[in-house]
Design a protein around this ligand. Structure first.
Ligand code: SF4
Length: 632
């Protein structure tokens, strides 16, 4: 029996799905799905988000690529997500390979499998996805018969832990790179040349990294000294890609037939951030700032609402209230869509840029809660992490929010910075209590504050990349203290699991050897590591041990200034010297306020000066190149 034929698969699904949780995850056919005729399109791309449908479907990166690829006449894009454990068991026991949602073709039959990896705890799921597709997990074992496996996303700014599993990595923004990759693969398909020729051509595309074209180098003491290019096409550094102008927003959002995490129109209103929070990797790797025009946002929203019937719009960016026209955007949406009573969410708000006027404008929408991220509760620590906001300013803002009718405020804090003391942790509890007392003035006991407590991870490409993580014991103790304090009427606390944070640190700071531990963990059953009820820390400890790696070297060793990091061959455009200088400013508790007002010459301008010259306009957030150093 050929299980790869669509009709036997249909029959199998009909028999199997009634016993499976949420069968809607596996059948596709949603409103706005794109279904092209397989045989009349020369190039087939499967786009994977390696977690369940419910989480992956609303992912904006995936939606952007799906839209862009399907707009090409010569290619189609179909979706695939990680099957939940019950479905995986059923598929494995029946020998059903992983298939796409649109045409139900086996993933193995696609030309390209593009995997989105926004965070590291998806790595074992990515391997599982390959295995379920019948594709060898190691790139070295794949042949011309297999799809090209490409990954992208924020976690790929240190691709080394996943390097042996990937044929290619897109570093940075993928909108233009994917077009060039598709054209290259299409041309190669018309030849009978080996896969290595294709990889050679792909290596010439800016922003595309071919891990197999490099080997790690070490010195006589066994210390890592960088990657050695093994082919002529392999450049010493891979500079991230950016787009000069944000592509048209997605309007044809797929409308799911089952509950997913977000049912909404998502419009990215700005990319990049100039606030310079020193712990924030996204803020460093997505520079420079580019804004979207108000009219473009409105017109896209109109089309998207017409096509989906959604009642919520999320205005996304790392810091939505920093868009220079944010008030105009919110006001225009309120005016144009008055009768729809839309919920407008601004998921990332800066306390400093949250004005009375913006709150007044938002108060006409159905937004149910506000999220603020002070991160630290003492001025000293705020200066160290470069997120200055006084208690008074925070209290003023929360008072404004409560006074305008909102009852719930979410506040995010981070614990575990090396300079943190117990006084800083206690200050978090005190500040939260002060906030909820403000709320009570307006809502009595119905006022609420949810504190989200995350753990500091010294992320690559940040000024804190030289630092060590706090110990597991210390994090546990601090969380325990806060849990004791943040309880009672109106107070709620959620926190990140310290062992999961530790694994994230190992994986985000790891080197190429780390791939062995990832493989071992997956082989011994690790998957859905981002899910608390599936995450097994002991399994990961054994996986590292079996690989002969001490992972605490990645997470808990303070680095010297001249250390070569496993991610140093990835050029994010911000200079390593700048990051080091900023880490020294941090040690002196010196602030670098929003660099849009005072450029600190981070290096991004000269890196992308041609892109800016070719895409002129007032959408750029950084000032013009105006310093001697920038002109060099
Ligand atoms: S170039 Fe200047 S303004 Fe732009 S991100 Fe870098 S430091 Fe900030």
């Amino acid at each position: 029996m050929n299980l790869f034929q669509a009709s036997p698969l249909d029959q199998w699904l009909e028999r199997t799905l009634p016993a499976i949780q949420k069968p809607g995850r596996y059948v596709g056919n949603e409103l706005n799905q794109v279904r092209k005729d397989w045989n009349s399109v020369p190039l087939h791309v499967a786009l994977a988000f390696p977690d369940i449908y419910d989480l992956g479907l609303p992912n904006l990166g995936l939606a952007i690529l799906y839209d862009l690829i399907n707009k090409r006449e010569d290619s189609l894009a179909e979706r695939v997500f990680a099957p939940w454990v019950d479905m995986e068991a059923a598929m494995r026991s029946s020998g059903i390979p992983l298939f796409s949602l649109e045409s139900q073709h086996p993933i193995r039959q696609f030309d390209i499998l593009g995997i989105t990896l926004p965070y590291e705890t998806l790595y074992t799921n990515a391997l599982n996805l390959l295995d379920l597709s019948g594709i060898p997990v190691h790139a070295s074992k794949r042949t011309e018969e297999h799809p090209l496996i490409i990954a992208g996303g924020h976690a790929m700014l240190n691709p080394e832990p996943m390097a042996p599993f990937l044929d290619a990595v897109v570093v940075g923004e993928g909108e233009e790179a994917i077009q060039e990759i598709i054209s290259t693969v299409k041309t190669w398909k018309q030849t009978s040349s080996p896969r290595s020729d294709l990889l050679n051509e792909l290596a010439r595309i800016p922003g595309v990294y071919i891990p197999g074209f490099y080997a790690p180098k070490t010195n006589s003491s066994g210390e890592y000294t960088g990657l050695k290019p093994l082919r002529q096409a392999a450049t010493a550094c891979i500079q991230k890609r950016i787009v000069g102008t944000l592509p048209d927003p997605v309007t044809d959002f797929i409308v799911p037939s089952i509950d997913v995490v977000h049912n909404r129109v998502a419009i990215e209103i700005m990319r990049g951030c100039t606030r310079g929070c020193r712990f924030c990797q996204a803020g460093m790797i997505t520079r420079p700032v580019r804004e979207r025009r108000v009219d473009e946002i409105l017109n896209s929203l109109q089309t998207a609402l017409d096509k989906t019937g959604f009642e919520e719009v999320a205005l996304l960016s790392l810091s939505s209230s920093d868009h220079t026209k944010i008030k105009d955007i919110v006001e225009a949406i309120q005016n144009r869509f008055k009768e729809k009573h839309l919920t407008i969410s601004l998921p990332s708000l800066r306390i400093e840029s949250l004005s009375v006027e913006l709150l007044e404008k938002l108060s006409g929408s159905r937004q149910t809660s506000f999220t603020l991220a002070p991160e630290a509760a003492t001025d000293r620590l705020r200066r160290i992490i470069n997120k200055p906001i006084s208690d008074e300013a925070l209290i003023d803002v929360t008072r404004l929010i409560y006074s305008r009718g909102w009852r719930v405020i979410k506040c995010y804090f981070m614990i575990g910075h090396p300079e943190e003391t117990m006084d800083d942790v206690k200050a978090i509890a005190d500040l939260c209590k002060r906030v909820v007392l403000e709320g009570r003035k307006f809502h009595g006991l119905k006022a609420s504050l949810h504190a989200g407590i995350s753990t500091f991870i010294p992320k690559p490409h940040t000024p804190f990349q030289w630092q060590a993580m706090d110990s597991l014991e210390s994090i546990t103790e601090k969380q325990h203290y806060l849990r004791g304090e943040l309880r009672g009427p109106g107070l709620k606390m959620s926190w990140s699991d310290p062992q999961t944070s530790l694994l994230e640190a190992w994986l985000c700071r790891g080197d190429r050897q780390t791939s062995r531990a990832i493989y071992n963990a997956w082989k011994s059953g690790a998957k859905f590591d981002a899910w608390q009820d599936h995450f097994d820390f002991a399994r990961w400890q054994s996986a590292f041990q079996e690989a002969g790696i001490d992972p605490f070297e990645f997470s808990h060793r303070v680095r010297s200034e001249n250390e070569v990091f496993p991610w140093d061959h990835i050029n994010i455009g911000v200079n390593k010297d700048y990051l080091l200088e900023d880490s020294k400013w941090s040690q002196k508790a010196e602030l670098r306020p929003d660099c849009r007002e005072n450029c600190y010459v981070c290096g991004i301008l000269p890196t992308f000066k041609d892109t800016r010259r070719n895409n002129p306009g007032d959408h750029w957030g950084c000032p013009e190149v105006n310093t001697k150093k920038d002109k060099e």
